[in-house]
Design a protein around this ligand. Structure first.
Ligand SMILES: C[S@@+](CC[C@H](N)C(=O)[O-])C[C@H]1O[C@@H](n2cnc3c(N)ncnc32)[C@H](O)[C@@H]1O
Length: 352
């Protein structure tokens, strides 16, 4: 992947945006998600909630069942389904149509091998959709623009090359990026990310949603926390064999590269497209409201061999020191009348 990135930088007068770099490193042929490597689980680079076990999926299914029953829609669209673990659990728990939109051909083949013909795969967003859309840990993999607020003004941080070495290079920010960056006024000097691609993605999905809900689950913050003065180096992070590091040019194409999600920006994009914001909560609050303790209660507590891993899984999903607080759930939708189960009790300390 490095030679391709260097060639593209050369073709573009020595500079590409960070968003383009991230797109190449993750999603272009030979990029991290496109390549046939083992990304998920204990053997891979990171563990997502559905990869821990079935508890996350079984609990999420309770929220989805409530939505599907209410509106008689029986369609689920999962975006970015990874190894297919979440789809497998949801298909065990729920009836109805299940489709997946997956950009990686390698992961799509793995999903097909695991899930068979109960699922249909889409090549692009559907023209119109009714039902529930689920995107777990997908938005953090969408390209972000890198921005620096400096004494001399707002700069876009892009990527240049010195021989085989990639390096940061600033340019004055312009266009939509400058417009977005002006809405944020952190103390200078300050570096962070703006997820224009994620916002555009949500806007276009929202426009196609005739009726139903989009659930975005990911690590991130509302805007006032995302651009907090203390987070002055941004949120970019690489994941390689369960180690996280911040050297984003270290191994393009060979490791995961992510940014946290600005949930306020996503909520705004959804509102722009005419959707309602139906709920925002930490993953812990959402799972507790959706009945994770009932799911745990169905297990045989006497059988320690069975119960101990389940309790450990619940701890990882719920603990503030693990995924419970950092991960958030945002629900936006159209034509949904009843309040959503996952947001019934909220301590209100997490607002957009
Ligand atoms: C970090 S993985 C999460 C996988 C899975 N949802 C899970 O929780 O284990 C990100 C997934 O999103 C996919 N992806 C990234 N950008 C996408 C996009 N714009 N549309 C569809 N899938 C995307 C990747 O190929 C991968 O399957």
């Amino acid at each position: 992947m490095l030679p391709r990135i260097i060639a593209e930088i050369a073709q573009n007068q020595g500079w590409i945006s960070f968003a383009r770099y991230m797109e190449l490193a993750l999603h272009a042929p030979g990029g991290y998600y496109a390549a046939a490597n083992n990304k998920f689980g204990a053997e891979g680079d990171f563990v997502t909630a559905p990869e821990l076990g079935r508890l996350f999926g079984r609990t999420l299914a309770r929220q989805l069942r409530a939505l599907l029953d209410e509106d008689k829609t029986r369609s689920i669209l999962e975006v970015g389904a990874g190894s297919g673990a979440l789809a497998q659990t949801l298909l065990e728990e729920l009836n109805g149509e299940y489709s997946i939109l997956e950009t990686s051909a390698d992961l799509r083949a793995r999903q097909r091998a695991r899930l068979g013909d109960r699922v249909s795969w889409l090549d692009s967003l559907p023209q119109r959709f009714r039902g529930v859309v689920v995107a777990n840990e997908v938005l953090d993999a969408m390209p972000v623009h890198a921005v620096a607020w400096r004494a001399q003004g707002i700069m876009e941080r892009g990527v240049a090359a010195d021989g085989e070495r990639l390096l940061w290079k600033d340019r004055p920010a312009s266009g939509a990026l400058l417009e977005e960056a002006r809405k944020i006024s952190p103390p200078v000097p300050y570096e962070s990310e703006i997820g224009l691609a994620g916002q555009a993605w949500l806007r276009s999905l929202a426009e196609r949603l005739e009726q139903g809900v989009i659930l975005v689950i990911d690590y991130g913050f509302p805007r006032h926390e995302y651009y907090h003065p203390q987070r002055s180096a941004g949120t970019l992070m690489c994941h390689h064999r369960h180690q996280a590091h911040g050297d984003v040019f270290a191994r393009p194409g060979h490791e995961d590269l992510t940014a946290h999600v600005d949930f306020s920006a996503l909520a705004e994009a959804a509102r722009d497209a005419g959707l309602d914001v139906l709920g925002y909560a930490t993953q812990a609050q959402f799972l507790v409201n959706s009945g994770i303790t009932d799911v745990l209660g169905e297990a045989n507590v006497e059988n320690a061999l069975h119960y101990a891993p389940l309790a450990a899984e619940a701890n990882t999903l719920l603990s503030p020191a693990e995924m419970g607080e950092l991960f958030k759930v945002l629900a936006v939708g159209r034509g949904v009348k009843k309040p959503l189960l996952g947001f019934t009790h909220n301590d209100r300390s997490h607002t957009l």
